[in-house]
Design a protein around this ligand. Structure first.
Ligand code: ADP
Ligand code: MG
Length: 351
């Protein structure tokens, strides 16, 4: 017989595994919103509506008009490491936001999750997952697309619930997430509502833009960052060794006292990256003192093979194979654009 003080190795069950994974994927309500909106974007949605209550703690609902999930596949969508986005043959060629197949099972393990979905030409179906327990697929009513509703986030993991900030702070974080994704996808319409009082109230709205990418982006940035930014920014459009830089960089006179207006996207994915932020600072080194922060929205596009997005479960970090190329492109791309703008301004004055 085994001695009582010998440690025993056990296989953890799926619910526990999903709760552990949820700790990495879903740090707070805003991370759940990010995962659900990214799923809607991956599904090809053109309109995405997000409704939250109490900073997302009691309710997060994301409605989209995307491709939907076939009824028989609903249990699969909620099982771990099941995804329609990659086949596993090339982890260095990822073109969708999602690929880990972790978000929905994680959310179903730490809250009360219901997915209702309809694919073209089929009936709508729904499935629920509460604290990791999967319910049956049932017939449901929905015109098209997908509605994912998450109630009582973290009720199954009270330790995490305790660490959440005030409703106000969590609402703020959710708004930031929605705005960031809205910047990356100007052709998609976004609406954010707060339903805490019982009545839904629109707190952010960005109508789908049309036209060419730069016009659409300018329109979207005016909505998200304000007309001021749009009127004080120069357009970026540069390329170096197969890496493309697009976006808008504000004139040095429009700088800020913090980094609140710096937004970086790599292949359409919002990222936090020290190298890229450092490059942005470097681009303005001649114009700004150390305590001022440039405002800019930068999109780097590169062959997915040359950037690794599989660095962290939250997917907000990336690793470039040649970071020097991206860095150099940002510094010179912005410097040239600012110099051109300065030149145009001075010739306008001279004439
Ligand atoms: P991932 O996004 O990494 O594939 P998720 O757990 O977020 O993993 O989603 C699992 C699967 O469920 C997706 O691969 C997709 O097939 C399906 N799915 C999730 N959300 C949606 C949605 N809004 N519309 C259509 N399909 C969805
Ligand atoms: Mg996903």
């Amino acid at each position: 017989n085994m001695s009582p003080d010998l440690p025993q190795i056990r296989q953890l069950d799926d619910t526990v595994i999903n709760r552990i994974a949820a700790g990495e994927v879903v740090e707070r309500p805003a991370s759940a919103v990010k995962e659900l909106v990214e799923n809607a974007l991956d599904a090809g949605a053109t309109r995405i509506e997000v409704t939250v209550s109490h900073g997302g703690k009691t309710l997060i609902r994301v409605t989209d008009d995307g491709c939907g999930i076939p009824g028989p596949d609903l249990p699969l969508a909620l099982s771990r490491h099941a995804t329609s986005k990659i086949d596993g043959s090339d982890l260095l060629d990822i073109r969708s936001f999602g690929f880990r197949g972790e978000a929905l099972p994680s959310l179903g393990a730490v809250g009360r999750l219901t997915i209702t979905s309809r694919t073209p030409g089929a009936e709508a179906h729904a499935i629920s997952c509460t604290g990791g327990a999967l319910g049956p697929v049932k017939p449901a009513a929905l015109t098209s697309g997908t509605v994912v509703e998450l109630r009582e986030l973290f009720y199954a993991t009270p330790a995490r619930l305790k660490f959440l900030r005030s409703d106000r702070a969590e609402t703020q974080a959710i708004t930031e997430v929605v705005k960031r994704l809205a910047m990356a996808e100007p052709f998609v319409g976004f609406t954010l509502r707060d339903e805490t009082s019982g009545e839904p109230r629109v707190t952010f709205r960005a109508d789908a833009q049309s036209g060419d990418l730069f016009d659409a982006l300018a329109g979207r940035l005016a909505t998200v960052l304000g007309r001021d930014f749009a009127e004080n920014a120069v357009r970026l459009d540069a390329e170096r060794e197969g890496v493309h830089l697009t976006g808008y960089a504000a004139l040095p006179t429009y700088s800020r006292g913090s980094s609140v207006a710096q937004f970086l996207f790599v292949n359409g994915r919002p990222v936090q990256d020290k190298v890229l932020i450092g490059a942005l600072r470097g681009a303005y080194a001649d114009y700004l003192s150390r305590d001022r922060y440039p405002a800019a929205v930068l999109f780097l596009d590169v062959d997915p093979q040359r950037v690794d997005v599989n660095v962290h479960p939250a997917k907000s970090e990336v690793r470039f194979r040649e970071p020097g190329v991206a860095r150099g492109l940002i510094v010179t791309g912005i410097r040239h654009a600012l110099a051109d703008a300065g030149h145009r301004a001075s010739t306008t004055v001279a004439n």
